[in-house]
Design a protein around this ligand. Structure first.
Ligand SMILES: [Mn+2]
Length: 406
């Protein structure tokens, strides 16, 4: 039977205020404050050009429960473009734009279906194929109950079922847990695809059936790093194909700069700018944290000759002249010798663990990689020098990661 193709997006957070970013020069701040809209426009343009069967938006269209007039106006205009292109849109509202908020009313065009406060089903027909969508909007900000229990189990195998759910896995302590579920709960509903929202990090929780967080369209702070966007999904009832489409107009990221052999300030500025330029060349405008690695005594001495604030401001000034823009939010120093003292016992215990692995255990550990249908063909056999190299890399990685914990 013919396949269907749709867009799975979530967490647009239109009109995010980027409150903590006031250090940015005016022009950059304006671009950043426009970024959630720019990302949304990318989504709309992509849909108009590629004409998917429908678009799903799984919660947090708006950043605030008052749904700013500007945000609604821009959303309205996007929905009208999709209406003109005859593309249906299915929207659920999340904890940020729950139904109990107060906002200026707009009437969205006829192509947009908004889910209400209880789990409901919508049947659509795509080229003779029946598709049922199941979802709900947040009736109020804090939905702590297991909404998953209200989703019906799919009985009819010739119909495609898609669940829309804005919430998080029970027991996830990194986010406020709303509308909690377990992966087993989702799988037990026998749907063909679960379109999740709420967690801003893009991730696939389960395959067959696919359980997917598309992540947000645009990063909002330094903990929402990397390229952001939505998934284009192709479903035929047997196979699911996912295509990630990037929309972020400003990327948050950590950029590493090796300070090996650096003795003079100009060498340091060149090393940083080279790293920044190559990052923005690939990713466009960016807000970066610079992670200085391989910092030896000699370079520490250089840094001590001026205040760290001065280094930061001088580097910001240099980066500000670039197009696409780069803003250096922070500089972290990973000083090789000092770190060793503080983290040595911890790293040492990990290295001892690595050293204790037999050849058989190494094989087991690397099995996924070597057994991979595509990647496996490109890998050489591992020699003992390679294992030593991996051990060294692991050591370095541990120090770098731990230095970021401060
Ligand atoms: Mn959100």
């Amino acid at each position: 039977m013919a396949s269907i193709r749709f867009i799975h997006a979530a967490d647009l957070h239109l009109d995010s205020p980027f409150k903590g970013m006031t250090e940015l020069p005016q022009e950059m701040l304006e671009q950043l404050r426009e970024s959630t809209f720019a990302a949304f426009d990318q989504l709309i343009n992509y849909a108009v050009e590629t004409k998917p069967d429908f678009v799903l938006i799984v919660g947090d269209v708006y950043d605030g429960e008052e749904r700013s007039l500007k945000a609604q106006m821009r959303f309205q205009s996007g929905m009208e473009k999709l209406n003109d292109a005859a593309i249906p849109v299915f929207v659920t509202y999340g904890n940020h734009d729950h139904l109990n908020g107060k906002w200026t009313r707009f009437a969205l065009p006829a192509n947009v279906f908004e889910f209400g406060g209880q789990v409901e089903d919508v049947c659509i027909d795509i080229r003779g194929r029946r598709v049922v969508l199941h979802g709900f909007s947040y009736a109020e900000r804090h939905i702590k109950e297991r909404m998953i229990d209200s989703y019906p189990v799919a009985e009819d195998r010739d119909v495609l079922h898609i669940g829309l759910l804005h919430g998080s896995a029970a027991g996830d302590e990194t986010h406020a847990v709303y509308a909690p579920f377990t992966i087993a709960d989702l799988v037990s509903k026998r749907y063909d695809y679960w379109a999740l929202g709420h967690i801003h990090k893009r991730q696939i929780l389960h395959e067959e059936p696919m359980v997917v967080y598309s992540g947000n369209l645009q990063g909002r702070h330094r903990n929402e790093r990397g390229s952001k966007g939505f998934y284009e999904v192709e479903l035929d009832g047997h196979e699911t194909k996912l295509n990630f489409v990037s929309t972020s107009s400003v990327v948050f990221e950590r950029v590493e700069v090796s300070c090996k052999g650096i003795q003079h300030a100009n060498e340091w500025f060149s090393a940083c700018m080279e790293a920044i330029d190559s990052f923005t060349y690939e990713n466009g405008s960016a807000i970066v944290e610079i992670i200085l690695t391989d910092v030896e005594e000699m370079t520490m001495e250089l840094f001590s000759q001026s205040g760290m604030d001065e280094w930061l401001h001088a580097l910001r000034e240099m980066a500000a002249e670039r197009e696409p823009f780069a803003f250096v939010q922070k500089i972290h120093i990973v000083q090789t010798s000092k770190l060793h003292a503080a983290y040595e016992p911890l790293v040492e215990s990990v290295l001892q663990q690595i050293d204790s692995w037999t050849t058989e255990q190494w094989k087991g550990i690397l099995e996924d990689l070597y057994g991979h249908a595509q990647a496996g063909r490109f890998l050489d056999r591992l020699h003992s020098e390679d294992l030593m190299e991996i051990r060294k890399d692991a050591e370095k990685l541990l120090y770098v990661e731990m230095s970021k914990l401060k």
